[in-house]
Design a protein. Structure first.
Length: 169
């Protein structure tokens, strides 16, 4: 019985971390698309915006987690609970890695900044597709179902990102 509870907690933590990763991916699509649409951004400004968005998302998640913990438990999260919050929210910081690499490639002159930003958006859409496919496979629906799930996840994620980018968020 204890093993099942431990497995469930590990699975719950993995699910929570993946949720943050997917949310960060969608948000980063909107950030890089918004940057690509703006004609006045330079490499340094783009990098600063990506880092700021990533850190801002992470801090917002930590504040929300800590507030929810205080309300629910009547105390600040400390020790193991705080480490769990940091672990679960870490993909929010990692969401900046891909776009920063591509912005760096642009800074080296290998591609234009707009191309780098749109490539970063494309990689993130492909990531949503891949996670959707993997989820479809895990559900046992076969290849066609997995491809459909991937396409739907990528389309929904892209639609949300476009709405966020056009709203200026």
């Amino acid at each position: 019985m204890k093993e099942h509870a431990a497995d469930s907690m590990g699975t719950d933590t993995a699910a929570a971390q993946l949720k943050e990763r997917l949310y960060a991916t969608i948000t980063m699509i909107s950030v890089v698309v918004g940057l690509a649409a703006g004609s006045h951004v330079d490499v340094l400004g783009a990098a600063a915006t990506v880092v700021t968005a990533s850190v801002g998302l992470w801090l917002a998640a930590l504040v929300a987690d800590q507030q929810a913990h205080r309300v629910t438990h009547g105390a600040l999260a400390r020790g193991r609970e705080l480490r769990a919050m940091l672990f679960v929210s870490s993909p929010l910081l990692l969401s900046a890695a891909g776009p920063l690499v591509l912005i760096g490639v642009s800074a080296l002159g290998a591609m234009g900044l707009e191309t780098a930003l749109l490539t970063a958006a494309g990689v993130n859409v492909a990531t949503l597709f891949a996670w959707g496919c993997y989820g479809g496979i895990r559900m046992g629906g076969g290849i066609v179902f997995a491809l459909l799930a991937g396409a739907i996840d990528a389309a929904i994620g892209t639609a949300v990102a476009v709405v966020k980018a056009s709203a200026g968020h």
